[in-house]
Write a protein that binds this ligand. Structure first.
Ligand SMILES: *Cc1c(COP(=O)(O)O)cnc(C)c1O
Length: 347
């Protein structure tokens, strides 16, 4: 059957290292990062700390590990975490907060993965021996299941004000923080200054093969370092990977605007079609959700039909699909995809 792939829109994680990134990987100066002397890792960590306006940063294998180490450093067993019900750290990380940190969670349910300070206030437990100790608030920007939505800075400031007032810690899941920055034309520090810890993924739209970082104060990062080892994330000549991440930060940030434009282009075209519901205005970055009319068929049916024609997307639920643009999908590929989808939906 082997149909050539027209566009792989399943996720921005499918990006492969470019020839220039592979060159950077090949030339990486490496050491033993478990012993603390890999020069490329050290330089990446310094670069990320500066970028995010924090004292220190730690290179880790995955965004999941960055988030879970953050939860671990901010909490003790039995504590409670406040986050959105669709937050990646709880929805997509295998139950790790309970498994690795022994915390329970209370969920907020705002539109597009966002919530307010008042929402947070409503879930904070009074200090009383009957209750779990509320300890941490997690914000995700951009919000993945929220449709790649970008948090307005004022909304983050409001959440942070309430959390700080109650003595809670704040973690930013910034897996796609650079997408938020490019879309909003703000600096990373405009967002990160409200948070104790921030995670950032190099292996999503930034196009590196592997790796994420966690940033925060020196003291928190010293604790994080220990949990990275405990969770199995100590890597030796990790400079091979850090070099790719450095290359990504130097060359693949501004181009995220192309991914956002391609997602918008796709959304505008899909909005013209019968049997689909999509709001192009809600497509702020590189993630797009579209609902398919049950009279046409289900999301898995649409995914299968598109796959047969070389377009890969994911079913998000019975009637919702997700498409994600990234550096391995050009505007002309998007246009070919639009032609194919149009024919299929109008059949
Ligand atoms: C991808 C992602 C992560 C990290 O996931 P990994 O699969 O561990 O890389 C964390 N948060 C968000 C919002 C993500 O999209």
């Amino acid at each position: 059957m082997g149909m050539a792939v027209v566009a792989d829109l399943r996720s921005d994680t499918v990006t492969r290292p470019t020839p220039a990134m592979r060159q950077a990987i090949a030339q990486a100066e490496v050491g033993d990062d478990v012993l603390g002397d890999d020069p490329a890792v050290i330089s990446l960590q310094e670069k990320v700390a500066a970028l995010l306006g924090k004292e220190a940063a730690l290179f880790v294998p995955s965004g999941t590990m960055a988030n879970q180490i953050a939860i671990r450093v901010h909490t003790s067993h039995g504590d409670e975490v406040i986050c959105h019900k669709d937050s990646h750290a709880f929805y997509y990380e295998s139950g790790a907060p309970a498994a690795l940190s022994g915390v329970s969670s209370r969920f907020l349910d705002g539109a597009r993965g966002q919530f307010t300070g008042a929402d947070v206030q409503s879930l904070i437990r009074p200090l009383n021996p009957h209750f779990a100790r509320t300890r941490l608030v997690i914000v995700e920007n951009t919000h993945n299941r929220g449709g790649g939505s970008v948090w307005p800075v004022e909304k983050i400031a409001d959440v942070a004000r309430v959390a700080r007032g109650a003595g809670l810690a704040l973690h930013l899941d910034g897996a796609r923080l650079m997408n938020a920055c490019v879309a909003s034309n703000l600096k990373p520090t405009d967002y990160t200054r409200y948070f104790d810890t921030v995670s950032l993924c190099f292996s999503k739209g930034l196009g590196a093969p592997i790796g994420s970082a966690l940033a925060g104060s020196k003291e928190l990062m010293a604790q994080a370092h220990r949990f990275r080892k405990m969770f199995g994330g100590g890597m030796r000549q990790a400079g091979i990977l850090a070099a790719a991440a450095i290359y990504a930060l130097d060359h693949h940030v501004e181009r995220l605007a192309e991914d956002h434009a391609n997602a918008k282009r796709l959304a505008n075209a899909l909005a013209e079609l019968p049997h689909v519901t999509i709001d192009p205005a809600a497509v702020e970055t590189n993630i797009l959700f579209m609902d398919i009319d049950p009279a046409w068929g289900t999301a898995p049916q649409l995914v299968q039909k598109l796959k047969e024609q070389g377009i890969l997307i994911l079913a998000e639920s019975a009637h919702r699909v997700r498409a994600v643009t990234h550096l391995d999908v050009s505007t002309s590929q998007i246009d070919r995809a639009i032609t194919i989808i149009r024919k299929l939906i109008q059949r």
